[in-house]
Design a binder for this molecule. Structure first.
Ligand SMILES: Cc1ncc(C[n+]2csc(CCOP(=O)(O)OP(=O)(O)O)c2C)c(N)n1
Ligand SMILES: [Mg+2]
Length: 499
């Protein structure tokens, strides 16, 4: 009976019934007392005769009539479903020696859709034996395993994606070195994830709003953020959009529909859903694309976002970069599920797993996902399988917690840049000469941008407190005064160009 009560409690409206009964007759339905004035008195008499099933059956009738009187027949079928379970157990109890033939086609008419009953005590497997397959177009040697997609990608598009991937890779190498030389305070590379960056950017419209995590600067590069913009932000100079208020790599651009990166993981996901919902209300022909890592999917915000998006039918594409690691935590210590793709499905979101190191596969998956998100007005989830080839950031040494062989294997065998290069070369669209020219040009651009950024002035100290309140509140005024006094007292501890 306790199993029955537990089941019935989950049926919508049961709590209301409980309230109605408790309020009207001041009785706890879980602990009936033998008060003679109680309408349960006669039921309790029956139950004391040992006929507990009869008690429940009559209690159910009482519940149903109170509930029906209060709300009409809205959930009547759900209560009948509860009764069906009861009546089968009644028959079992009434006739110990009799045969009960169970019909497999019986259904529970539950809110949200009918649920079939079964007499098999089957648990769903925790993880299916066969993992969800991974969509790919190019194999490791740049041969297409699916012919249609290559028709979707023109020579111009392919070369723009490829050049962007090489430029991003070059930018990362130089900025990383600049950090090591003490010219930047911090940096974080996207090594190994260049295809995710550029191919997804190529598949989106500029009207689509992007909320990224931090390992997706290639989207900005594609949209026109210049090398100088990157360098200014990373050096925190006066020309940078953030005026030095944020750590390096926390890029953002209103003009390019790229929301500024925020350090606390996964905050971008519920925000993305809200933005997508506003696009829906405004009947816009665009969607929101939210990028996040496998580690971010362990935050509560991930679950809240997916559920809200599914229930509200928000046109948002959730793009998970599953790169195997969240700093030093491997995915095997983060979840027992088959990655992230099944979590999308669990929330009722159409989901796909894609080879994140295959630019053509990423391009096609994102292109199709955005089309579906907009035309069907619903969320879509993509899990891109990749590998974080770099250390997490300049504050990390990943050789302390993972085998160097593993890093090397992904760096060489699965390089997304080499794979796409092989494809464009095989098509006759690219040559060694063009390759070396691209590298020379990218290096020149990056070096120049860092040099220029260093020549820029630092933002005035005052800017640390501005741009939020029209009039500075007293606590911020006080903080500014204390800061200036501290700098005066300890000038050696601060750069001499502060003003
Ligand atoms: C709420 C929150 N918790 C912890 C951190 C510290 N942190 C920064 S990055 C990171 C790992 C994230 O891993 P993942 O989402 O897989 O992204 P990846 O770095 O692999 O691209 C952690 C734990 C944070 N920034 N915010
Ligand atoms: Mg990760």
């Amino acid at each position: 009976m306790s199993l029955w009560l537990t089941k019935t409690r989950t049926i919508g409206g049961y709590n209301l019934i409980k309230k109605i009964i408790c309020n009207n007759i001041r009785l706890n339905p879980y602990q009936p007392t033998a008060s003679s004035s109680s309408p349960f008195h006669s039921l309790l008499d029956n139950s004391s005769n040992g006929n507990s099933v009869n008690f429940v059956s009559r209690y159910l009738n009482l519940c149903r009539s109170s509930y029906t009187a209060a709300l009409g027949d809205r959930n009547y079928s759900s209560l009948r479903a509860g009764e069906q379970i009861l009546s089968s157990s009644e028959e079992e109890e009434d006739d110990d020696h009799g045969e009960y033939s169970f019909e497999e086609n019986q259904v529970m008419d539950f809110p949200g859709g009918k649920i079939g009953y079964t007499s098999n005590l089957n648990f769903l497997p925790g993880s299916p034996e066969k993992r969800v397959q991974c969509y790919r177009v190019l194999d490791e040697n740049g041969f297409t395993i699916s012919s249609n997609i290559s028709k979707l990608v023109s020579k111009e598009l392919a070369l723009k994606m490829y050049s962007g991937m090489v430029t991003l890779n070059t930018m990362d190498k130089f900025f990383y070195e600049a950090q090591r030389q003490g010219r930047l305070s911090f940096y974080l590379t996207s090594f190994g994830e260049e295809a995710i960056n550029l191919a997804s950017a190529a598949a989106l419209s500029f009207d689509d709003i992007v909320l990224a995590q931090y390992r997706e600067p290639g989207i900005l590069l594609w949209r026109g953020f210049t090398m100088q913009d990157f360098a200014n932000q990373c050096l925190g100079n006066n020309a940078g959009h953030g005026k030095g208020r944020q750590m390096p790599i926390h890029y953002g651009s209103k003009n390019l529909n790229f929301i500024t990166i925020s350090s606390p993981l996964t905050t971008q996901l519920p925000q993305a859903v809200g933005m997508a919902y506003s696009l829906k209300m405004d009947k816009k022909d665009s969607c929101v694309v939210a990028f996040f890592g496998d580690g971010s999917a362990s935050e509560g915000d991930f679950h809240a976002a997916l559920n809200f998006a599914a229930v509200m039918d928000a046109p948002v594409v959730f793009f998970c970069r599953n790169n195997g690691w969240a700093i030093s935590t491997p995915v095997t210590e983060q979840f027992r599920s088959d990655g992230i793709v099944v979590k999308g499905q669990a929330y009722g979101i159409p989901s796909i797993r894609v080879d994140g190191n295959d630019a053509l596969a990423v391009y096609n998956a994102v292109r199709s996902a955005r089309e579906k998100a907009i035309s069907e007005q619903r969320p879509i989830l993509i899990e891109a399988m990749t590998y974080r080839v770099s250390h997490h950031s300049t504050s990390d040494d990943s050789t302390k917690y993972r085998p160097i062989d593993e890093i090397e294997h992904w760096k060489t065998t699965h390089s997304p840049i080499t794979r796409l290069r092989k494809w464009v070369e095989r098509k006759g669209w690219w040559s060694d000469k063009e390759e070396s020219m691209l590298h020379v040009e990218a290096k020149k651009q990056v070096k120049q941008a860092i040099d220029e950024a260093e020549k820029e002035e630092m933002p005035p100290l005052r800017d640390m407190f501005t741009d939020v309140y029209e009039e500075l509140p007293s606590n911020l005024k006080e903080q500014e005064t204390v800061l200036r006094e501290t700098i005066q007292r300890h000038p050696k501890d601060f750069p001499n160009n502060i003003y």
